[in-house]
Design a protein around this ligand. Sequence first.
Ligand code: TPP
Length: 610
Amino acid sequence: MDDRIERWNELAAQLGIDSIRSTTEAGSGHPTSSLSAAHLVAVLFADHLRTDLDDPKSPANDRFVLSKGHAAPVLYAALKAVGAIDDATMLTLRRFGSPIQGHPAPTPELPWVEAATGSLGQGPAIGLGMALAMRIDESPARVWVMLGDSEAAEGSVWEAFEAAAYHGVANLACVLDLNRLGQRGPTMHERDAGAFVARANAYGWHALSIDGHDVAAIDGAYREAAEQDRPTLIVANTVKGHGVSEVADKGGWHGKALPADMAERAIAELGGVRSITITPPKPEPWMPPAPVAPAGAAAPTYTEAIATRKAFGETLAWLAGERSDLVVLDGEVGNSTHTEDVEKVAPAHFIQMYIAEQAMIGAQTGLAALGKTVFSATFGAFLARAYDQIRMASIGRADLRLCGSHAGVSIGEDGPSQMALEDLAALRAINGSTVLYPADGTSTVHLVREMADQPGISYLRTTREATPVLYGEDEAFPIGGSKTVREGSDATLVGAGITLHESLKAADRLAEDGISARVIDCYSVKPIDAATLRVAASDTGLVVVVEDHRVEGGLGDAVRDALAGPDGVAARIVSLGVTEMPGSGSPEELRAWAGIDADAIVAAVRAARD
Ligand SMILES: Cc1ncc(C[n+]2csc(CCOP(=O)(O)OP(=O)(O)O)c2C)c(N)n1
């Protein structure tokens, strides 16, 4: 035991020293946040994180999520100690082009990092998703998440704690680095470890507090966590800047690299540069279950009017029989989004996350990191609750399939708190995202199938009310495409979802006046079918875009972007969308009020032609 204690302490000193070296070299970063966690990380990587170094993505590996992502230097130091990166690479911390970024982000060069962190409070939900993925596959692997104490003020931490206890994931442990200090000063609870133990217990976790610099105590706590039948919180009492007397437990040193002379003294105090290498324990030999053969059932087809939200649920229920990697998450609105259709026929593919959207998207990110094809759904408006998780997932190159139901004023009587009116803008703004908006049951089936294989963040916007079927089952709906549902030469009407149906009604009325309107179904809002839109704009000279969404950043702006630029087309563009604050009413009343119904479209075309 004495040998091991010395080895762990030596390794912890190295992790602290390397964190100082890399941050001082970079001229910025978080050495003091790394030093408080050095013993915790040393014992974990040396003896508890079961990892096959030759196969970083092995499903048998344990996973580590550094929720307090700003302590990235200590993670990179640990990756150096296990031989995953070399010293020179570690010293490129924060340099332009280096995979060793200021906060952890998965890159092809860094397969050991599987989720982006740094926006605090997100690690526990990501860890929960990983733990759920392991449980689905009956894997013996475990997940370890490291949290900061100031970070633990985030509500998303406690959403995840409650969900983890509810789902009974015994393979999840969080280590809370209780170093008393946050960014600008002391935390709310300072040294009160009991506050965190009590609240973890209240959520149904096993919890204990230890001296976070006592390696034997850390080892004991990690063993204890592995033996529980529930998730475990280890509250580790630590010192920010531990081992460096000039900064230890002092305010004013968060996120500051030590100047070269201080770094030299600090490294000497910690016992000098060393190059210990460690081999983490190997995971138990284990293979994931072979994929279940697809049922080979036919996808749903529609001839009668159906709400796209219902077609979404039915398509997922079918997909569950075809893909054993499918997982569907619900934010306790499954009877509205229709994910309940999956729960009914394929409960093993369904996870209820209750009204905790941040936990839902975080867990989705963790499930996706472990190879699951994951859809999550709630009202489009409520995805805004988890916008930061979606943003972070895009940094982490995660494949998230999102569905937002109850689009626009067309939801009617429930009023504006339930209406998704900013979702297209928000999801379009995500790097590399795909934004889809089907108008009928058939296109919904096709687009959900496309989404299942689409990398990155994809979003499907569905409609509450039933809409007539426009397309035959054999039509294709490639992402980036559109459908010209009516030919015409005097004006182009561009709609998507519910407004496509209003556009078709408007085209009928315009035809009575001798005005020939082309109608385009822009079911792929991003990427948008710029080529078709440009031809239509140049053929007709007038483009009226109509959307059940705020005018800012939605379909109208997407069409404008497509028509602008060096290959732009000169045409008159009119955007019809929601510009004021709606209230309650019937869908028809509200569309008329917003100026996005057939009457408004007809009036807009006439006015533009006068
Ligand atoms: C959501 C969010 N808010 C604010 C920040 C800025 N920030 C970075 S580190 C930090 C303090 C974190 O303190 P703590 O969790 O105690 O970690 P420590 O560095 O003390 O280990 C803050 C406020 C952030 N990264 N994310």
